[in-house]
Design a protein around this ligand. Structure first.
Ligand SMILES: [Zn+2]
Length: 416
């Protein structure tokens, strides 16, 4: 049996006035997904447990069959895994943004969570200065290491040496800087065990970065500067068991997004990199479809994650979301299903799972918790089918309260 999983990130939505009262999934012309809904079983599920924010890190973990209540420890450990960094049992990973905080007299405001899209080279220089500042200002805090990533997205790691433990505790809570855009941040600093150290590092970072040559040169060019590091998403190594031992098959991930690469690495999946997979609206859909077909020749399960519908939602652009869904149907789903059907006629059966991680509403431009429509189709799948693939049509099927059980349903023997 071959398995194909499609995650159209943020695809679920509400009816749109601009689409004649239809949701993007209802409005889009997606004949192959509709056919899968007719041949298979549809339903609704929720990948965001009540106690979590509706982030892709939580929702995609659930979709991959890992209950966030049990496995989620924070966003930064997933990003560390994506970089190939393996954390020890006492280590911590903390997400470190370079940000622009402004204070025009009535308290500090998160002016830009990307520091005006600071470049990777600039970030590397600034984090070197931060590392030196940390050593000078916090001589007792050993084991902490700034790790540059891409642009404003970096990490701060705690590496436990010689039995030393960090000051951080599992009750530590932080705020994502992109959740405070143009808002006051006085109440957005870390809370819980270890929050004092992180808050002090964030405060001191102003003196480490303010007069750095990188910022001086950005000022001269009229660009925004990196005033601070913002620390969030802290966590320890998640205790993933491998997907193969959990579900008995080996997976391959195709994505343009680091979080998904990290989840794949933790699950023991391979990652297939695709040139032109940008994680944005201009991603090369056909290249992803072709890569999925290549991988299906050797891998039991291939998962294609497409970020574009989510990006369209964040831009509040319903017609761009429709376009992304149509591209996914035409250039990924259709050729992959055609390939699987050919193989099927040669005797190799297949199953397909399609499900968004969470809704991203064009109206609010934000992720939302709530139900998303799924399809499971293919060999031996029985259940309630629908005429089309969308939120309304899928509501005729069953509602799976716990999204992390959906993956097991893909492997269920439904013939007996
Ligand atoms: Zn998103």
């Amino acid at each position: 049996m071959k398995y194909f999983v499609l995650i159209p990130d943020g695809a679920a939505d509400e009816p749109q006035e601009s689409l004649g009262g239809k949701s993007p999934l209802e409005y889009a012309s997606i004949p192959t997904l509709d056919r899968l809904a007719m041949q298979g079983r549809v339903g609704l599920t929720n990948h965001v447990p009540d106690s979590f924010n509706p982030g892709s890190e939580v929702a995609c973990m659930s979709l991959m069959g890992y209950d966030p209540m049990k496995y989620f420890t924070g966003r930064a450990p997933l990003e560390a895994a994506a970089k190939g960094i393996s954390l020890g049992p006492e280590d911590w990973a903390v997400r470190c943004n370079l940000v622009t905080i402004e204070d025009n007299g009535d308290g500090p405001v998160m002016a830009d969570f990307t520091a005006d899209h600071i470049t990777t080279d600039e970030s590397v220089s600034l984090l070197e200065a931060a590392q030196k500042g940390l050593a000078d200002d916090f001589p007792e805090a050993t084991g902490w290491e700034f790790v540059p990533g891409i642009s404003y997205r970096n990490l701060l790691l705690f590496r436990a040496k010689d039995g030393a433990a960090s000051e951080l505790g599992v009750d530590l809570r932080t705020t994502a800087p992109h959740d405070r855009v143009k808002q006051h941040i006085a109440d957005a600093f870390p809370r819980g065990t270890g929050s004092r150290l992180l808050t002090e590092i964030m405060g001191h970072s102003e003196t480490w970065l303010k007069d750095h040559p990188v910022n001086a040169s950005r000022r001269n060019k009229g660009l925004g500067i990196a005033t601070h590091v913002w620390l969030w998403g802290a966590g320890q190594r998640p205790a993933f068991e491998s997907f193969k031992s959990k579900y008995g098959v080996q997976g391959t991930m195709i994505t343009g997004v680091d979080l998904l690469r990290g989840l794949a690495a933790l699950a023991g999946w391979r990652c297939r990199e695709v040139k032109g997979a940008t994680g944005y609206l201009d991603t090369d859909y056909a290249a992803k479809g072709q890569a999925a077909i290549d991988e299906l020749r050797t891998s039991d399960l291939v998962c294609v994650h497409v970020e574009a519908p989510d990006e369209a939602g964040h831009e509040g652009n319903a017609s761009a979301k429709v376009k992304a869904l149509e591209e996914i149907d035409e250039k990924i789903v259709s050729p992959v299903i055609e390939y699987l059907e050919q193989q099927g006629s040669g005797g190799e059966p297949y199953r397909v799972l399609v499900c968004p991680d969470h809704p991203t509403f064009c109206s609010t431009r934000m992720h939302s918790r709530g139900l998303v429509p799924f399809i499971i189709a293919g060999s031996g799948v029985k259940g309630v089918s629908a005429e089309t693939y969308d939120e309304k049509a899928a509501a005729v099927g069953e509602t799976l309260a716990q999204g992390s059980t959906l993956m097991a349903a893909l492997f269920e023997d439904t013939e007996g």
